[in-house]
Design a protein around this ligand. Structure first.
Ligand code: SF4
Length: 732
């Protein structure tokens, strides 16, 4: 069949005069596969060209391909290129051939190469993983969810399941985190999206790709992909986006003024080329779903450069942005985000690719729902609040916004937990819901306790038991004085009631009266909870203490009371925010060498601190750590850093290079510490000027590194601009 594009010269004439360079090269290094997945577009869809290709890419073809990539990178002065080893199944090449291929690629391309592999992982061994690590090959694994979801399609030729062996491969990759790139999941709407999400999350992937199964108007997909994706998206948001999901992140990035980073959505595309085992230049593999020969370009790496490929009508058309889209798409309100979906999904016999995506309704539904979520977030964090926090400080009303957003996240997680528990035991969630109508303040006091979210996340990931929900209901009933019986289950002879204390003595039911055997939680300083009993408090990188003696509590009270006065004196711009947001201190075990303090992203409002009687030092710890809490709450709402960024930045306070988000966290914290030392230096405190100079220089340099990293989102750039404006006022 002729390419439908060859009959549409008028649209091709609209292509840009100068093409964008190619940035990713997919190398089909092994044509065959050891599995026979019935949804595979290479073997099971319209294109059957694999039958006419050599089974493996020879060293000669690999060498020529590497030369072509090198010449393209040099000609276009690219800072780096991506190369993906693909198949069939690339691991069928065997270790020796794979090593030969990787040696060629690493040796011939003179710019940094982001080398990756996409595999089903069933043949991945420890030895192969070590070899891949030696060559820095970041490896993605195809997995469609839990066993029943994966077995629906991903089977051996004899029908046997591949699930167990794929999980074994993933376990090997987890022990090589440097090369674990993530999981690619092909959606099947007959699988439950939450079960799929949880199964993928259980493999601790650094990223998830969700792939719409390839389809065209000639072979349309099952209905319901929008609903499937929206359910998963809601749960992902409620979890605080624990892992980047490329489709969602891509759509969010476009909405924020960036690029999608995927061929699946967005306007700026056409930067990917495929090289087949015989050296043919081809368009992305997904085209194989359209018709036999749809991906072909007629060029090979032997006779044609990557620039020759870019000048073909098909590639020029792919890069022509809006001009490449159908009239329906060009008039669509979400076209800049959707971009007509994946190119291959637009195909229909007769009109070729001049159509909206066959997933049009699904894409529109998903994007609209996601945009509504983004709008809600913007409302949750208006410009006034964002810019206040971007000064490096943040007043009480800004912190109140963050607290309320954190409460929404916790409540969404609790709804998911209650959903999971429904029908399994008495229903504490309905007790909480009923009480919420009559005494929302009492419920709020309990649900905003920092370790409620910690439990919910653990429970939903299968690492905590279910009984905490009843503890929450019991605590809320006591806080509200409601005459309701709540059955509770003791663990190790105790029931811990969040914010209230621990009940011992075989209690099985709690009602509005305070239980006589309650060992109460203690409060210190300006009313902070000294949390030494909550079973979920030990969530920091340094262990929590056990129950403190009354003398120890008294010492904490004196130290925090004195430190609070120091904060008001030395960090006046931070004091109101700290008072509005900090609720809890978790005592950490002391370190004989250094002061210890920590925060946990899931425990907003709590700081972990090892005791120090020195109020000056304690004040610095309080302000420093609370900066991490604040920024974590902002990051729960808005991406400040590109989730795909692999960049590492040098910062003054660490000897090792840091991921961009860690560098931003450190910058935010050190900015506040610099402010404290500036105040002390101005008061003439001995040694303070030196401390101030050090923290100031670290902060200013880190802001510069963040700004130059190219890894910040539009919101992230605005945020660091705010920090830079604060630092610019500092005396040198
Ligand atoms: S939603 Fe439909 S009409 Fe709009 S850009 Fe996407 S495919 Fe085209």
């Amino acid at each position: 069949m002729r390419s439908p594009l060859s009959s549409r010269p008028s649209e091709i004439a609209g292509a840009p005069a100068s093409a964008r360079p190619l940035r990713q090269f997919v190398l089909k290094v092994h044509e065959l596969c050891n599995l026979a997945c019935d949804h595979c577009y290479v073997y099971e869809h319209a294109d059957q060209s694999w039958r006419r290709k050599p089974p493996i890419m020879s060293a000669a073809v690999a060498r020529r391909t590497a030369e072509r990539i090198a010449e393209h990178a040099v000609r276009h002065r690219l800072a780096g290129v991506g190369v993906v080893l693909h198949g069939g199944e690339p691991l069928l090449l065997g270790t020796a051939r794979l090593r030969e291929l990787l040696t060629i690629l690493r040796g011939a391309i003179p710019v940094p190469v982001d080398l990756r592999m996409q595999t089903n992982a069933v043949r991945l061994t420890e030895a192969t993983a070590e070899m891949l690590e030696t060559f820095g090959v970041r490896t993605g694994v195809s997995l469609d969810g839990d066993r029943s979801a994966n077995d629906r399609h991903r089977r051996y030729r004899n029908g046997a399941s591949s699930h167990e062996r794929t999980l074994r491969g993933l376990a090997i990759l987890r022990s090589h985190p440097e090369i674990y790139a993530g999981i690619l999941c092909t959606i099947d709407v007959r699988n439950d999206p939450i079960a799929v999400y949880e199964a993928l999350l259980a493999e601790a992937p650094p990223r998830i790709d969700l792939l719409l199964p390839h389809a065209t108007w000639d072979n349309p997909p099952l209905p319901g992909h929008a609903e499937w994706l929206i359910r998963l998206h809601r749960r992902w948001l409620a979890d605080g986006r624990p892992v980047p999901i490329r489709l969602f992140d891509g759509l969010r990035d476009i909405a924020a003024g960036g690029h999608s980073g995927t061929e699946a959505v967005g306007i700026d595309r056409g930067e990917v080329a495929v090289v087949e085992t015989d050296g043919s230049w081809e368009q992305p593999d997904s085209m194989k779903t359209a018709f036999d020969g749809a991906a072909a370009t007629g060029l090979t790496v032997v006779t044609a450069s990557a620039d020759d490929l870019l000048s073909t009508p098909v590639m020029r058309h792919r890069q022509s942005g809006l001009a490449a889209l159908s009239a329906t798409c060009r008039a669509c309100p979400v076209v800049t985000q959707c971009g007509g979906g994946l190119y291959a999904h637009r195909f229909r016999t007769g009109s070729g690719f001049d159509n909206p995506s066959v997933y049009c309704a699904d894409l529109k539904g998903l994007i609209t729902a996601m945009n509504d979520e983004v709008t809600a977030m913007r409302e949750a964090l208006p410009d006034r609040v964002f810019d206040d926090l971007a000064t490096g400080a943040g007043g009480a009303s800004s912190i109140a916004y963050l607290t309320s957003a954190q409460e929404s996240i916790t409540r969404a997680l609790l709804v998911a937990a209650a959903d999971r528990l429904s029908g399994t035991e008495s229903d504490p969630w309905s007790v909480l819901s009923a009480l919420d109508k009559h005494d929302p303040g009492a419920v709020r006091r309990i649900l905003t306790h920092p370790f409620v979210r910690v439990w919910a996340v653990k429970f939903l990931s299968g690492t905590a038991g279910p009984h905490r929900l009843a503890d929450l209901a019991a605590a809320a009933v006591i806080a509200g004085g409601a005459d309701v019986d709540v059955p509770v289950t003791a663990r190790d002879g105790r029931v811990h009631l969040p914010t209230l204390g621990t009940v011992t003595g075989g209690v099985t039911t709690v009602n509005g009266a305070r239980p006589p055997a309650l060992d109460p939680a203690r409060r210190i300083g300006p009313g902070l909870l000294l949390e030494d009993a909550d079973p979920y408090r030990d969530c920091h990188e340094w262990p929590a203490t056990g129950r403190l003696t009354p003398e120890q509590v008294r010492a904490w009270d004196e130290a925090v009371t004195a430190a609070w006065r120091v904060v008001e004196r030395d960090a006046p711009d931070h004091a109101a925010g700290l008072a509005a947001g900090l609720t809890t201190i978790t005592p950490l075990t002391p370190d004989p060498v250094t002061l210890r303090s920590a925060t946990a992203r899931q425990a907003s409002g709590a700081l972990g601190i090892a005791f120090t009687p020195d109020p000056e030092a304690l004040a610095v710890l309080l302000v420093h750590e609370y900066q991490h809490t604040k920024l974590g709450a902002v990051l729960d709402l808005i991406d400040l850093v590109d989730p795909d960024s692999q960049a590492l930045l040098r910062v003054g306070w660490r000897s090792d290079p840091r991921p961009v988000e860690s560098a931003l966290q450190g910058t935010y914290a050190h900015l506040a510490v610099a402010e404290i030392w500036r105040q002390r230096a101005e008061r003439g405190v001995p040694g303070a000027a030196g401390h101030y100079a050090r923290y100031r220089d670290w902060t200013v340099d880190a802001i510069g590194a963040l700004t130059a990293s190219g890894s910040l989102t539009a919101a992230g750039r605005r945020f660091t601009d705010g920090l830079a404006a604060t630092a610019a006022k500092w005396p040198v």
